[in-house]
Structure formats: C-alpha cells, structure tokens
Design a binder for this molecule. Structure first.
Ligand code: ADP
Ligand code: MG
Length: 696
C-alpha cells in the first residue's frame, strides 16, 4: 500500500525541506521573496543553492537544469552536472549565481524577429515562487527566460507580472472598500486536463500520429461515442494501472492530482488537480502533461495531447478554473449567501464581465491553435464566440440591478431523492451550462475554450491583465467619491448595463446563437489566422503595455511566432499526408485492384459462366477513386509549393495555409477514407480507427 502523505512532495524542495535545511534567517528572507515578491540577495541565494544541492545529491542527483517555457509551446531544459574539479578529484558544487541565472543559447528558440542570431545569448532566471523538484536524477529549477537585451521570450514572465499587477490593483481597491488588512491578492487555477491513451504499437504504425499528433486519414469505425457508454465508464485494467502510476508520480512532484475518469470519446480520459496559485498551477500542468507521456511509455501506451487526434469523436480540451483570493483567506469570487447585498462581489463580477466583453478577442486569440481550430465551433467544445454564463440566480441578480429592481436570491432548495435510504441534499443554485465558453461555477469562473496541449500561462496572464485593467478603471471612478456606496452601486449598474451583451445563458451550440451573437456585435473568429489578426489591435497593445506586462515589440513578436508556428504545423501535416498517400495508400489500393483484376481474369479463363461482378465493380470503383486521389495529392503538393510566395508575411502565409492547403487536405482525406472503406484490411497500410480507439 502506498503511503500517500509520505509520498506527496517527496521529490520537491518544498517549504518543509527549506525550513529543515536552511538557516533561520535565510529561510525567512526567502519566504519574504516568495510571499511578498521582495528582491532576493546573493548571500541568501548561495545558502539556498547549497541546501538544494545537498538534498538533490542525497536523492541521487548528478545534474541540475534550469527549466523554462519558451514560445515553442513545450518546456525546455539543458542539463549541467554539479561536478567541480578539486585537484585530481571532483566535488559536487552549486552556487547562488548558478541557481539564479542560466545562460542557454537563445538563438534556436522562437523570438519572432526580436533578436538577431548573432545576439544568441539568453538568460534564464530562477523563479523562487515555484519550488524546485527532482526528475530522472536531475534537479529541476523553474525559471523565466529572456533575451540578452531583456526582451521576454517565454510564457512565465508575463504570467508572474500579471499576477503582481492584479494583486496591486485589487489590494488598492479592497483598501478603498475598507479591507485594510489585505496585503496581497493571488489568482488561483485548477486546470482539468483531457487526453487520449492508445496502444504504442498502433501509434508506431501511424506516421500521422508520429509527425503531427493527429490522424490525417482514417475512416470511422462502426462504433464511435454514440452509445455514451465511455463517459464516466468503468476504467479498463491497463488504463487503471497507468492512472495509478501517474497519480503516484505526480504526487511525488507535489502535484495535487485529485480526480480521474473516462471522457466522452473512446480511449479518452481526464485528470483534474486541486487548484493552486496560477504560476504553480501552470508549472504543474506542464509537468502533468510531460509525466503523462512518460508514464504512458512505461505501460506500452502513448498519451495523445493533441486537440483533435481523431475525426468524428470528441477532441480534447482543458478547463481553466480561475478565481481570486486574498492573503486573509477570502475568495473574491464567492458570492456568499446574499450576493444582492454584497457590493464587493458585485464589483468584482462587474470587472470580469466588462473584461470578458472588452477583450473577448484576446480570450479567443489565447486559445487559438492549429489543433484547437478543429474543436471550437464544432459542436463538442464551446464555440469560437466568447460569451459568459452566470447561472439563473446571478443572471437574475444582474438583470435586477440593470433594471433598478429589488432582488432576493433563492435559498438553495432541498433535493429529494425520493428513496428513503439515500440522503437528501441541498441542490446547487445553478445548473451547469456545459456549452458556455466562460461559465461562473459557484465561486470561480471556468474558461472552457482551451485546447488540451495549451500552456495555461497565456490565457491566465491575459485574464489577469484584463481584470486588473478594469479594476484600475473602477478605482479611478470611485476614488474620492463623496458617497462611496452610492458611487459603487451606480458604477456596478452602469457596467452591467453596458456589457450585458456578453452574457448568454442559452445553448451555445445552436445556429440561432451564431446569428444572435452577430446582432450583439460579438466576435466570431473561426480560425487562428482570423483571430490572430486582432492580436495587435491598438486596444490590445495598450492593455499589455499600460499594465507593464509585455512591450509592443514583444507582442508583435508573439504575434509573428504564433502565425509562423501555425503555418509550419499545417505544412508538416500536408507533407505527411502527401507522404502517406504516395508511399503507402496509393500503392496499397493499386495492389488490391491488381489482385482483384488477376482474380477476375483467372475466373474468366476458367469459365465464362463464372461471375466476375464483384471484382469488376470494385475494380471500377476503386480505380475511379484512386485516380481522383492521385490527382488531389498532386494538387496538394503544388499548393504547398506555392506557399513560398507568402514568405515574409506571416499573416498572409497562415491564411493561405488555412484557406487553401487545409481545404485541400480535407478533400484528400475524404477520398482516402472512402478507399479505406472499400479496401481489404490486409492491404490497408495503417491500423484502422476501430483498432486504435478500441485497442487498449
Ligand atoms: P467539473 O464540474 O468542471 O468537472 P471538477 O470538480 O472536476 O469540475 O473540477 C473543478 C476544478 O476547479 C478543480 O480543479 C478544482 O480544484 C478547481 N477549483 C475549485 N475551486 C477553485 C478556485 N477557487 N480557484 C481555482 N480553481 C478552483
Ligand atoms: Mg470543468
């Protein structure tokens, strides 16, 4: 039996270990940095580095690494050993300087043109607010990453800055409201992570999965998710063994893995942790994804984190549960028993409503990716239109405020199960609206449009920044008011009135909503290039620059990186399809047609009375399809070649890939899948959807 409390955090240089191993004064100084963001001096860093190293070496480590989150979308690490020559021998050493600063060559990380290759130097800086941990005999130190000239090149720095910013404006606001004891406000996040788990043998036989993370061909299996028997279904033995192992690995790393279950699609699952502060939640989510992949390997499985690995069944997303709480332990998004009397809550709610309305484009942009383009708006995930769901109770309260009416919130009603042996319980005031991209769920907001592979740092720094911006504006409006309560009420009413168009409690998947949203003037950006074009709109640049999150040059760099990355991904997908088509699918179908022809000829020579109807019909059908398929493959090749005309203009390049190349890929796939349905299994070069999705 695993002793979970003992296991938990055993691989983390956590608070308890720091307390045990650091001199008291050092420990106190470090805590001040972690809790209040105070600068750290080198003598403290030296003591911490030494204690970390001693612990790591005791645990069998030989190396350390600065672990960072560049713009590639995956984490990066470079390993250095602790060895230091001492005469003929070596000793294990690690200095404060090495802890604080690393110097990876930055030239091969995306910088969106910010940095010339000859200025290759980049720096990683220790993030003391996220604890170091051990994996594979290596001490991992969470760090931020910037260029030699100081430009931010990662996803962590803006997040840390946005947390600071939101804290300072929220504290100022709370002081104005009379909460003088609050000194710090933090955002908390609990990301629910979806993933697929398939057999490694199936994966290895599919170049599309290997190169792109998704299947580019594949006729549907006779069974998909229509019986709804997989969601919350009993977990298969092999998957359960994986999940047990995964939980243990994550617990060792201090990740609060809590809930696991089967998801809607066959072979699809979910893991949800207990929430933590945004930056730790971000690091932990990155770790979770990496540990998922590694643990799957040990079980002869592959974990797919792509947003849409299989056509025809649900793709994978991530729900970003987000809230704000004070150092005095108050959740600022908790409406309490009587939200109608809770002006502080109403003000916070108004800030979020206004933020989501004014920056709906940014929220859409932050979840845009080549993978997520397959989900948003495809009747399984929230639509590409960003709107908010507040639930019946809060929705009615907001309505009453707008209309200047009295409102009394309903008490939670008793739920009668009608079976005596089952306990009755209090029913929640709002049902869940599963179709809403941004839903209020009791004491937090759930942003549901994230793709499964996304680094949650980005949506969270945007969310924090936009809410900080609104709170600053509110502060300016309220500061110096003669009658604060009256001013507050007027501001709340004005804000809800002006921004009620973002609130929508109905079915987000319906066609009527698309029309209604257009009437309301809400954005509906269906693809990454369409959305990304607005990244650099002046109001968005102002938001980040005025709040000190990233500079204009850095935003423009991020914009270029995203577009370029998208174009590259689509190019890889197109090239993989062409490769599969030319090297395997075309020869396979041709061989099958050859065999059918031989059979027909042999039958004919045996006796003219033998029917060759089957062979003839199939040969005719497949030959026609194959011709179309071969022509379409050539067309796709030409389209990819033509992309070079757009080099130098990343928006035009990405749009070209979306509009021309992606469309042709869809047509080629249709032809390929139609042939798969008619080709003998022994001739088809790749495992089928049935074998992959129901094989574990
Ligand atoms: P769902 O109903 O969406 O399946 P779950 O209970 O599986 O919800 O997940 C809810 C997530 O929300 C968990 O990760 C949980 O830790 C997180 N959560 C709860 N309270 C907060 C909060 N105050 N701030 C951020 N996240 C929270
Ligand atoms: Mg959820």
């Amino acid at each position: 039996m695993t002793n979970v409390p003992e296991l938990f955090g055993s691989m983390v240089f956590n608070d308890q270990k720091m307390k045990e191993r650091l001199p008291r004064a050092t420990y106190k100084a470090l805590k001040k940095t972690i809790q209040n963001g105070e600068p750290l001096d080198l003598s403290v860093a030296n003591a911490v580095a030494n204690a970390m190293k001693d612990w790591a070496v005791e645990m069998g480590c030989t190396h350390y690494t600065h672990w960072f989150q560049p713009m590639t979308g995956v984490t990066a690490e470079k390993h250095d050993s602790f060895i230091c020559p001492d005469g003929d021998e070596v000793i294990m050493e690690f200095s404060g300087k090495e802890l604080i600063k690393g110097e990876p060559d930055a030239s091969s990380f995306p910088s969106g043109g910010i940095r010339a290759t000859f200025e290759a130097r980049g720096y990683t800086t220790w993030d003391p607010t996220s604890p170091a941990f051990i994996r594979d005999a290596t001490l991992y130190i969470p760090t931020a990453f910037c260029s030699y000239t100081g430009e931010v090149l990662d996803k962590k720095t803006p997040l840390l800055r946005s947390m600071e910013k939101l804290s300072s404006v929220a504290v100022r606001m709370l002081h104005l409201l009379g909460k003088e004891d609050v000194t710090r406000v933090t955002t908390t996040v609990g990301p629910e992570q979806e993933y697929f788990l398939i057999d490694k043998k199936m994966y290895d036989a599919r170049p599309d999965l290997i190169y792109t993370g998704r299947t580019l061909f594949g006729a549907p299996a006779p069974k998909g998710q229509e019986l709804e028997d997989h969601y919350f279904g009993s977990i298969k033995t092999r998957v359960a063994a994986f999940m047990k192992d995964l939980d243990e690995e994550l617990w060792k790393l201090g990740v609060l893995a809590k809930t696991k279950h089967n998801e809607v699609a066959p072979s699809q699952h979910e893991l949800a942790p207990i929430f933590s502060t945004s930056n730790i939640a971000t690091d932990h989510n990155e770790l979770t994804m990496e540990v998922m992949k590694k643990t799957a390997e040990k079980h002869g499985l592959v974990c797919l984190l792509h947003e849409k690995p299989f056509a025809g069944v649900n793709g994978s997303g991530k729900h970003n549960n987000w809230s704000i709480s004070t150092n005095t332990g108050e959740n600022l998004l908790d409406p309490g028993k009587n939200p109608e009397d809770n002006l502080q809550f109403q003000l916070l709610l108004a800030a979020v409503v206004k933020a989501v309305h004014e920056y709906q484009d940014l929220l859409r942009i932050t979840v845009a990716s080549a993978g997520n383009d397959h989900r948003l708006g495809a009747n399984e995930a929230p639509p590409a239109i960003i709107s908010m769901y507040l639930g019946d109770d809060l929705g009615a309260l907001v309505e009453a405020i707008i209309n200047g009416k009295e409102y009394r919130s309903k008490d939670k009603s008793d739920m009668r199960t009608g079976v005596d042996v089952l306990p009755d319980f209090k029913k929640d005031n709002s049902d869940r609206n599963r179709t809403s991209p941004f839903a209020f769920t009791g004491n937090k907001f759930e942003f549901r449009a994230l793709g499964s592979s996304l680094n949650i740092g980005c949506p969270n720094y945007m969310l924090n920044t936009m809410v900080a911006q609104e709170l600053s504006e509110f502060y300016d409006a309220l500061e110096g008011a003669d009658d604060l309560e009256a001013a507050l009420k007027a501001l709340i009413r004005k804000t809800f009135t002006e921004h009620k168009n973002i609130i929508f409690n109905g079915d987000n998947y319906s066609a009527e909503w698309v029309e209604e949203a257009a009437r309301r003037g809400l954005c509906n950006y269906r693809s990454l290039p369409e959305a990304m074009a607005h990244y650099v709109d002046q109001k968005n640049i102002d938001l980040f620059v005025n709040n000190g999150i990233v500079s204009e040059a850095e935003i423009r760099a991020r914009y270029e990186i995203e577009l370029e990355h998208y174009a590259k991904q689509l190019r890889i997908e197109a090239l993989t399809m062409i490769d599969m088509a030319e090297k395997n699918i075309t020869p396979a179908v041709s061989a099958f047609v050859g065999e059918l022809t031989q059979t027909a000829l042999a039958k004919k020579s045996l006796s003219s009375a033998v029917s060759v109807y089957t062979e003839t019909a199939l040969v005719e059908e497949l030959s026609t399809k194959l011709e179309a398929f071969v022509k379409k493959t050539a067309e796709l090749s030409e389209a990819v070649a033509k992309a070079e005309h757009f080099e130098g203009d990343n928006l035009a390049l990405a749009s070209y890939y979306r509009e021309t190349v992606f469309a042709l890929m869809g047509e080629l796939r249709e032809l390929g899948d139609a042939m798969e349905k008619k080709t003998a299994a022994k001739y088809w070069p790749y495992p089928s959807y049935g074998e992959i999705l129901f094989g574990v």
